[in-house]
Design a protein around this ligand. Structure first.
Ligand code: NAD
Ligand code: WQD
Length: 350
């Protein structure tokens, strides 16, 4: 399998996965509307690969909004007319903010579900072998007992999570349909953080981040004055919430392993957690960040945030069993690499 189409490849997880794919020798075709991604991330990947392996990277970009059916169709037609057969699709494109999804649910349903339907309609004519979808641990909802395995109930509590579970269901029906020969993997990511170790690419949130790690970086950089830790009275060892933070390059590697699994096995439809299986408290992450980067963070405890759950970490054993994949990096690496990227690129890609 050589030609991989990556939707949302100019975004955070997509760009890191593109880099890993190119390093493995795949040809990569990125579709992105750039609503939350940056073309500069792809330019940097190209130069990085060229410098490292002295070869021209096979990375191609199409500015396409997947909500636009004809644009999407034309891109596939153009590739086919040039004799390029897309063998697999990794579908990252979508909106990802829980809070925005509560404010603008229709936008979320349109972009996360509507755009995916367009993509699947087009794909139905192109006999692609594998489809990997970016799902989220958010589908598990609140108060699920950790470690959470894939057969746990899914009870999302916000429109964002509902769109993720809706797409998972659509993909299951798509797989079962008589016409489909495409293997499917729904990957439920836990909390990806950090950056590529080169600090060539990383996370570049627009505006004030909702998520903990980019917020920490902006406080460390004195761009934001104070980190508010939401709750000090949760039923955990230090009163702060526990999450399963996973290094972005381990997550990227999980996609490569999934691609290999779907390619070399008979048609299947699988759902996998991608997490480390280790719970880290918010305070542990703050202290580790301070220690490895030798920085004091200005933080204080405030009330709990609505919609948070105290403890959430993955049971990652199914991914280990099926893919032979396991996260290798720890929170020291995540804090070092994430801060290194941020410190060297305080304005992100701008
Ligand atoms: P991101 O916003 O950095 O990347 C998404 C990319 O998709 C962006 O480059 C954006 O421009 C593009 N895009 C959005 N809508 C599009 C459309 N209609 N057509 C074409 N391109 C479009 O987000 P990310 O953090 O890289 O997340 C990637 C995927 O993983 C998302 O589907 C997200 O829901 C999911 N996910 C993310 C996390 C996380 O914590 N980052 C966790 C679980 C799941
Ligand atoms: C982590 C912990 C906060 C910010 C979300 C989505 C999930 C997935 C990952 C996309 C929580 C605390 C945070 C801050 C804080 N994304 N926190 N101060 O909520 O676990 O998951 O992102 O799919 O779907 O729901 O991640 O980074 O927002 O929060 O104290 O300024 O950090 O309360 O305990 P979360 P997060």
């Amino acid at each position: 399998m050589k030609n991989i189409l990556v939707t949302g490849g100019a975004g955070y997880i997509g760009s890191h996965t593109c880099l890993s794919l190119l390093e493995k020798g795949y040809d990569v075709f990125v579709i992105d509307s750039l609503v939350n991604g940056s073309i500069e991330s792809l330019e940097r990947i190209k130069s990085f690969i060229k410098k490292k392996s002295k070869i021209k990277s096979n990375l191609h970009f199409f500015k396409v909004d997947l909500r636009n059916f004809s644009q999407t169709l034309q891109t596939f037609e153009k590739l086919a007319s040039e004799g390029i057969k897309i063998e697999a699709v990794i579908h990252f494109a979508g909106y990802k903010s829980v809070f925005e999804s509560i404010e603008n649910p229709i936008e979320y349903w349109e972009n996360n579900v509507g755009a995916t339907l367009n993509l699947l309609r087009v794909l139905a004519n192109y006999k692609c072998k594998a489809f990997i979808f970016s799902s989220s641990a958010t589908v598990y909802g609140l108060n699920m007992k950790s470690p959470i395995s894939e057969d746990s109930n899914t009870l999302p509590i916000n429109p964002y999570g509902e769109t993720k579970i809706a797409v998972e269901k659509i993909l299951k029906s798509f797989f079962k349909s008589a016409k489909s020969t495409t293997s499917i993997a729904c990957l439920r990511y836990f909390n990806p953080i950090g950056a590529h170790e080169s600090s060539v690419i990383g996370e570049d949130p627009k505006g004030v981040p909702d998520n903990l790690f980019p917020y920490i970086c902006k406080v460390a950089n004195k761009e934001l004055g104070l980190l508010k830790v939401f709750g000090s009275d949760w039923p955990t060892k230090d009163g702060t919430c526990i999450r399963d933070f996973i290094h972005i390059m381990d997550l990227a590697d999980g996609h490569i392993k999934t691609l290999e699994y779907l390619t070399y096995n008979k048609p299947c439809c699988i759902t996998l957690n991608l997490g480390t299986g280790k719970g880290t408290s918010v305070l542990d992450l703050i202290k580790t960040f301070e220690k490895v980067n030798k920085i004091d963070l200005n933080y204080s405890f405030v009330n709990r945030r609505d919609g948070d759950t105290p403890i959430m970490y993955a049971n990652p054993l199914l991914a280990k069993k099926l893919l032979g994949w396991k996260a290798k990096k720890d929170i020291n690496d995540m804090c070092l690499d994430g801060w290194n990227w941020f410190k060297n690129n305080p304005n992100g890609y701008r």
